[in-house]
Write a protein that binds this ligand. Structure first.
Ligand code: A2P
Length: 273
């Protein structure tokens, strides 16, 4: 088994610039053989917008940080920062990161970026948060941000995974949002959870893209198909899902947004590696 190259905060001379911190791991949870989440202490001066990502990593043998993009799965106001990760057997980072435990130090570059932010969307009525696998992480941030509920009447979180166990993170997230002292009351009224599996039987099966194309998703939710006047979409998952969802949005007449120019939908690739 790979050992984890963690160290105390004092042992990070190469990354003690103002854009990288050694952060202490507070908690690690293994959801399945392939999925885990962890939380770290928030650096005192670190600010971000709900939905953004940062670079997370470990020092390697050459004492250079090995980092990858990770969406922050906590809202902007939280005291701790959570992340949700896949375990890739031979992945340079995750094959090692999966062995961290509370008290270890990892690296976080404190420059948040990303397009899955409310600022990149035009005002609307309904917001669809479409995810596969670990792509649900940025939505864990947004779903605990009161601004989300102020801006939209209905929020639909879809999460597509191969197997039922892989939905545990999003099921837990939705439950926690509805119990949250800050957003709970709004989440109970406005948040709709739409989980699907593709390789194991469950209550709802199929790729979300197929369910949108066939109209089954809208029929199930008793909502109209995507329309530019009312609907906004955030997309985060595998490259193929992102592309298929983007095509579906474009063919419904929605335009892609960015921080510099808000639009009807935004896309970001989920981290794998
Ligand atoms: P499928 O089992 O049909 O490939 P992965 O674990 O490979 O990242 O996939 C996560 C989930 O995303 C799986 O349920 C997978 O379905 C689904 N998926 C993969 N590609 C697409 C796509 N182009 N559109 C929608 N869902 C997809």
């Amino acid at each position: 088994m790979d050992s984890v190259n963690t160290a105390s905060a004092a042992e990070f001379p190469a990354v003690t610039s103002d854009t990288a911190d050694a952060v202490r791991v507070l908690d690690v949870r293994h959801w399945t053989d392939r999925l885990f989440s962890f939380s770290v202490e928030r650096p005192a001066s670190f600010r971000f917008r709900s939905g953004e990502f940062v670079m997370i990593g470990l020092l390697n043998e050459a004492a250079r940080p090995l980092v990858r993009a990770y969406s922050i799965a906590s809202p902007f106001w939280d005291e701790t920062l959570s992340f949700y990760s896949i375990k890739v057997e031979n992945g340079p980072l995750t094959s090692r990161l999966q062995h961290i435990s509370a008290g270890d130090y990892i690296i976080m570059r404190t420059k948040p970026v990303g397009t899955l932010v409310l600022d990149a969307l035009l005002p609307g009525e309904r917001l669809y948060l479409i995810s596969t696998g670990t792509g649900v992480a940025p939505f864990a941030s947004l779903l605990r941000d009161p601004e989300l509920y102020d801006q939209f009447d209905d929020i639909i979180l879809t999460h597509t995974c191969r197997e039922v166990d892989e939905l545990a993170f999003s099921a837990d997230l939705v439950q926690r949002a509805k119990m949250d002292p800050l957003v709970g009351e709004s989440a109970k009224k406005k948040l709709i959870y739409f989980p699907t599996t593709t390789r194991e039987p469950s209550n709802r099966m199929g790729r979300v893209t197929n369910l949108i194309e066939s109209g089954n998703l809208f029929d199930d939710l008793n909502l109209p198909a995507f329309q530019p006047e009312t609907d906004r979409v955030m997309i985060c998952g595998s490259m193929n899902m992102n592309k298929d969802m983007k095509d579906l949005c474009l063919s419904a007449g929605l335009s892609e947004g960015a921080n510099s120019e808000p639009g009807h939908f935004v896309v970001e690739k989920a981290f794998v590696g």
